[in-house]
Design a protein around this ligand. Structure first.
Ligand code: OGA
Ligand code: NI
Length: 341
């Protein structure tokens, strides 16, 4: 399929002056306490506005312990610092997407990064596959699972806020996420040196970005970034830097939230620049519904003057088609625009 967004990388970066806006920073302390309370209303409204205007925001006072964040960074750095042979022992495959990878393709172009993906315990309900953990573990899996669970809690709180912001009961979406969600954590390493520079993959096109522009496929993403910078979101014909804020999580909405909200909330297009001075690390948690969830515009955003803009989508089907796009030989990535009515 012709990629409608292909030209986006030619747009300018908003460096200064009136075009340089910041992604909103939102204090979510009251929300973490009780999303449906009156105290939480200002945070709910700020989130709703950020989702309409940006599809991106940062949260502070999110309740994830600082010490857990520190340990998660330590484990992440240690993992990628291993020799490539050790990492490749747990390389992912088409049948089992969990583990290490260094040839990620977004829109079928090579990205300059390495990743490690893991999900919930046991066999996941989309691929029927289990996490791959390093043999020499040293607390890696334990710390990362603790981090995943903390991000899940934060994700549920944010879903409550999304619902209240759409005039729906706070717990409306919980049924699709609480028990058997298909969320997963990705450790991203963006090295200055191309990880594949000297290897057999040198025939592939040069990796000129850390991650090519894309929207995330699921409901919402909860992301930690280090202090290097390089994440950019596209808004009003400019690329805007998502400036690192120590201790904050970056939140963005994905394709499923765009469908549920019938385009009230946009799944923001974003990218990561290739690193040229300093290695960068980031840790997104992609919060996704259960495999069987049928995603379609919700009652409060559909009416006589606002018909549903999307046909119902089964999450497992969409996710499967997205993952296929990660492998060069299996065709182009599916895009949410293809589901528009
Ligand atoms: C992603 C992504 C952003 C970042 O992995 O989907 O957009 O800052 N990452 O690493
Ligand atoms: Ni992304």
């Amino acid at each position: 399929m012709e990629d409608l967004l292909e030209d986006l990388d030619t747009y300018p970066v908003a460096e200064s002056g009136e075009v340089a806006e910041q992604v909103p920073v939102i204090d979510v302390r009251s929300l973490v306490k009780d999303a449906s309370s009156a105290d939480a209303r200002p945070a709910v409204d700020a989130i709703a506005a950020a989702c309409r205007d940006w599809g991106f925001f940062q949260v502070i006072n999110h309740g994830v312990p600082e010490d857990l964040i520190t340990r998660t960074w330590e484990q992440t750095r240690r993992f990628f610092a291993q020799p490539v042979e050790a990492k490749e022992e747990i390389i992912r495959s088409r049948e089992n997407p969990w583990g290490y990878f260094n040839n990620e393709l977004t829109k079928n172009q090579r990205d300059k990064k390495e990743v490690f993906d893991f999900t919930t315990e046991g066999r996941d309900s989309i691929y029927g596959a289990e996490n791959r953990w390093p043999t020499v573990n040293n607390g890696f899996s334990e710390t990362l699972c603790e981090f995943r669970d903390a991000c899940t809690e934060l994700g549920l709180t944010l879903l409550d806020a999304f619902c209240v912001g759409l005039d729906l009961p706070a717990d409306l979406m919980r049924a699709d996420f609480a028990q058997d969600h298909t969320g997963f954590v990705r450790l991203n390493y963006y090295p200055v040196e191309d990880p594949l520079g000297a290897s057999n993959f040198a025939h592939l096109p040069e990796a000129d970005l850390g991650v090519h522009h894309h929207s995330d496929a699921g409901a919402l993403t909860v992301l930690l970034q280090d202090d290097v910078g390089g994440l950019q979101v596209f808004k009003d014909d400019y690329w805007h830097n998502v400036v690192p804020l120590p201790g904050a999580f970056v939140i963005n909405t994905g394709d499923m939230m765009q469908v549920w909200s019938n385009d009230v909330y946009q799944a923001a297009v974003h990218r990561v620049l290739a690193m040229s001075q300093l290695d960068r690390y980031s840790i997104p948690f992609f919060f996704n519904p259960s495999a069987a969830t049928i995603v379609e515009p919700l009652s409060s955003v559909v009416g006589e003057h606002r018909p549903p803009r999307y046909a119902p989508i089964q999450w497992a089907d969409y996710r499967g088609k997205r993952t296929d796009g990660d492998y060069a030989d299996y065709g182009a990535e599916v895009q949410i625009a293809q589901y528009r009515l």
